[in-house]
Design a protein around this ligand. Structure first.
Ligand code: GLN
Ligand code: ZN
Length: 775
């Protein structure tokens, strides 16, 4: 194996993080960026805020013991790491016109334009980053895309930290992953594969490496998580791309040493491909992924193996003894081993110590980013001198053992119920029987109209909740305000002429957290924000124990809403898979078991809703697609338990009770069998942005129950005209029998304002009437 060209031989840090949250402990970046967008601060003030965040993070990680050169990850981003890479490559889609300025740079305004769009250009599409709840901006690459170094952000960030005494490790998405995550641009010919542009982006990567080396970087991190996913591109083509990319990058005249990181799962066959290149260090995920064979590891030669043994994606305290055993195995087979996290810790909050409202016991079970830094450090010291880590390892072992027997973690009442389940608990009557019973109970017109659940969450609603939380508003006063809101929402739907009504969900802070706050087995955090996309953050709940429902949750609200109208009122619940997907879920039992516990709690809620006179109940599963495993071999098992948990939640319903579900994404081809398997009476799905493409999938699949492809894209304030909706419905009627078809928006309306919502909802009804008249 040839030596690399770099003179800088600083060893890879024994302890490092793969990445770190960049939004700030108090969401400082969110606040600064949003103030900049609103014109309240200028670019200089935003830059100052960003620098402050970068330096605070670097200092904090040093304080926690990550003091070696290149141990602090340079993972700051104003919006998204994939967008950062797009900026570095100058890969601006032609549809945005000339965003690159006279100096050849994509400035901050141009950068945010790609993220947020303009009056007449949609922003870059957003999609899920691997199996996480983080969303990246999808690059658009075609034969016409020109690649030029259009950003110096990574170099500037590195130089800034260095000037402050800290050598960071710049991070950028690697060339193969970048192209595999890209989609073909609008103008690209059919069958065009972005990966075919590999040769053209490599010189720009080389220039970046040279600039980083000149700035003094001893290491750079190129992130290649696409290599742990089963891609549609044949493995051989990917192998060739990896070999070629790293042949070119490692031949740069002057470059930092290269770490290739592969988070989110096992590298499997691509380990050998990377081992055969001249990169200097390879990170593998040995938390979610498996420990490779000794033979595979031996192929690494003199490269440093960076072992991702501490979970970056979930919040549980590391089982240090188990990690130490993995490190022993790795060290026996590979030459140099360093310790890190399995993924960037951008998926978990900053610091458990902030959550003083949680019990000390629960806190002792958790590790957020800062605790993970300490765990990594401990494991690195174990590698150097096992005795030095003895006490910490024993403590972790003791805490994990005490967690297993702590009150609420395993409840006999809950266990007895899940163990007694039989196939009958997952099955409703035949659809024909249910359909007849529901027709009799509901008397709905053809093409029934409905909405997805939430109505605009006005600032009055949010401020009432905040005042109630602070104690400035009594529970009674708060309840009265919410009921007034429900009345307004019901009256509006009556006036607009909707057939199946909703109460508008004003009382819910979030569709998952609301249930977490009302079920046993969960806790919620105060500062536990994680970035979802751009400046948007979510605060996942912690599902730590056996889940059960101690009292009805939604029943009083639903009953009140139903009392205001003679039309059917939909009860509104969040499904088990979505509750799991958007929480931090216990890691001490299979997800399937936890999902069934949540399913049973929802089943009880559905029984109570029925008893209260609710005839239509919607169980939302917008996250069903999101948890789909990255390896195809794991799909069947996942789809089985996820679908089962939904069926368990809903199968207790009477034949006459109409069960709805809602899914908000359109590319569901791969999971259409699973969606059918949910056996919901009515399924509403996102479709407006893809101009009803989904109806073709439904038609070819022979989807036989009610279906509402969304005809109003609620993700922007734009009002769809009556003619436009009529046309979408006309398309739908051609492919889906009209007796199955429902009319509804794409998703809930909580992020919309009332002005556009009323107009849009009115147009939906008018269009429906027009199409009904022609049936
Ligand atoms: N019922 C929820 C709402 O309307 C569904 C939201 C979602 O699908 N994300 O807000
Ligand atoms: Zn939705």
């Amino acid at each position: 194996m040839s030596e690399n060209n770099t003179p800088n031989r600083t060893p890879f840090p024994a302890a490092s993080l793969l990445g770190y949250p960049r939004i700030g402990r108090r969401r400082e970046l969110k606040k600064a960026v949003e103030a900049f967008w609103a014109g309240k601060i200028d670019a200089a003030a935003l830059d100052a805020a960003a620098k402050d965040i970068q330096l605070t993070i670097a200092n904090r990680l040093q304080e926690l013991g990550l003091t070696e050169p290149a141990a602090v990850p340079g993972t700051f981003s104003y919006y998204d790491q994939v967008l950062d890479t797009t900026a570095h490559l100058g890969a601006v889609p032609a549809r945005f016109g000339k965003l690159i300025n006279a100096e050849g740079q994509l400035d901050l305004d141009g950068y945010f334009t790609l993220a947020r769009g303009t009056k007449d250009q949609q922003p870059l599409e957003m999609t899920k980053w691997f199996d996480t709840n983080y969303h990246y901006l999808v690059p658009e690459i075609g034969p016409e895309t020109e690649f030029t170094p259009a950003s110096t952000a990574k170099v500037d960030e590195f130089a800034f930290a260095l000037a402050n005494g800290i050598e960071t490790r710049p991070y950028i998405v690697g060339p193969v992953t970048y192209l595999l995550l890209s989609k073909a641009s609008d103008g690209a010919p059919a069958g065009f594969a972005p990966l075919s542009r590999l040769e053209d982006i490599l010189p720009v990567y080389v220039q970046l490496l040279e600039k980083l080396a000149a700035a003094g970087a001893s290491w750079v991190q190129l992130d290649e998580p696409a290599l742990v996913v089963d891609q549609d591109t044949p493995a051989g083509e990917i192998e060739a791309a990896v070999a070629r990319a790293y042949e070119v990058l490692t031949s740069a005249a002057n470059r930092p040493q290269i770490l290739v990181s592969t988070p989110y799962g096992s590298l499997d066959g691509q380990l050998g491909t990377l081992a055969a290149t001249n990169i200097d260090a390879l990170h593998i995920d040995v938390f979610k992924g498996s420990v490779p064979s000794a033979a595979a590891l031996a192929g690494l030669g003199s490269k440093t193996l960076v072992a991702g043994v501490v979970d970056g994606h979930n919040i549980w305290r590391n089982d240090l003894a188990a990690s130490a055993a993995k490190l022993d195995a790795l060290k026996a087979a590979a030459g140099k081993v360093a310790v890190s996290t399995s993924t960037s810790t951008q998926h978990v909050p900053h610091d458990v110590a902030e959550e003083t409202q949680l019990s000390e016991q629960l806190r002792s079970w958790l590790a957020f980013s800062d605790q993970k830094a300490v765990e990594v450090k401990t494991l690195a010291s174990y590698l150097a001198d096992p005795a030095s880590a003895r006490a910490a390892i024993d403590e972790a072992t003791a805490v994990i053992a005490s967690r297993a027997t702590a009150e609420g973690v395993r409840r006999p009442d809950v266990r007895a119920r899940t163990e007694a389940l039989t196939a009958a608990d997952f099955t409703r009557s035949a659809y024909e029987v249910r359909e007849a019973a529901q027709e009799e109970a509901l008397h709905l017109p053809p093409l029934p109209t409905t909405t997805i659940g939430s109505f605009p969450q006005t600032s009055e609603i949010r401020s009432a909740r905040a005042r109630n939380n602070k104690g400035d508003l009594t529970d009674g006063q708060y309840e009265k305000l919410m009921k007034d809101e429900i009345r307004r929402v019901v009256e509006l739907q009556e006036e607009l002429g909707y057939d199946v009504l909703v109460h508008g969900e004003p009382e819910r802070n979030d569709m998952v957290q609301y249930f977490a706050e009302n079920l046993e087995g969960f806790d919620v955090t105060v500062h536990g924000w994680v970035q979802s996309y751009g400046s948007r953050c979510t605060r996942p709940s912690i599902l730590w124990g056996d889940v059960t429902r101690s009292a009805p949750i939604t029943v009083e609200w639903a009953k009140y809403a139903q009392s205001l109208t003679s039309k059917p009122m939909k009860g509104m619940l969040t499904g088990p898979v979505t509750i799991l997907a958007w929480s931090f879920v216990r890691d001490d039992q299979p997800l399937a078991e936890t999902a069934n516990q949540v399913g049973l709690a929802l089943r009880d809620e559905i029984a109570d809703l029925e008893a209260a006179g609710i005839k239509v109940i919607q169980v939302d599963e917008p996250a069903l697609r999101e948890l789909l495993p990255l390896r195809k071999a794991d799909h069947a098992d996942y789809l089985k338990w996820s679908v089962d948990s939904f069926r368990l939640a809903t199968a207790g319903a009477a034949d006459a009770t109409q069960i709805h579900t809602h899914l908000c994404y359109s590319e569901f081809g791969v999971i259409i069998d699973a969606i059918d398997g949910l056996d919901a009476d009515v399924t509403s799905i996102e479709a407006a942005r893809s101009r009803m493409e989904v109806v073709h999938d439904l038609e070819s699949h022979g989807f036989g129950r009610g279906v509402g492809p969304g005809v109003y894209d609620i993700h922007s304030p734009r009002v769809p005209g009556e003619a436009e909706v009529t046309e979408l419905l006309a398309t739908a009627v051609k492919h889906v029998p009209s007796r199955q078809l429902w009319v509804n928006p794409d998703c809930g309306l909580k992020t919309r304002g009332y002005a556009e919502t009323e107009d849009s909802l009115r147009n939906l009804v008018k269009a429906t009437q027009a199409v009904r008249a022609g049936l």
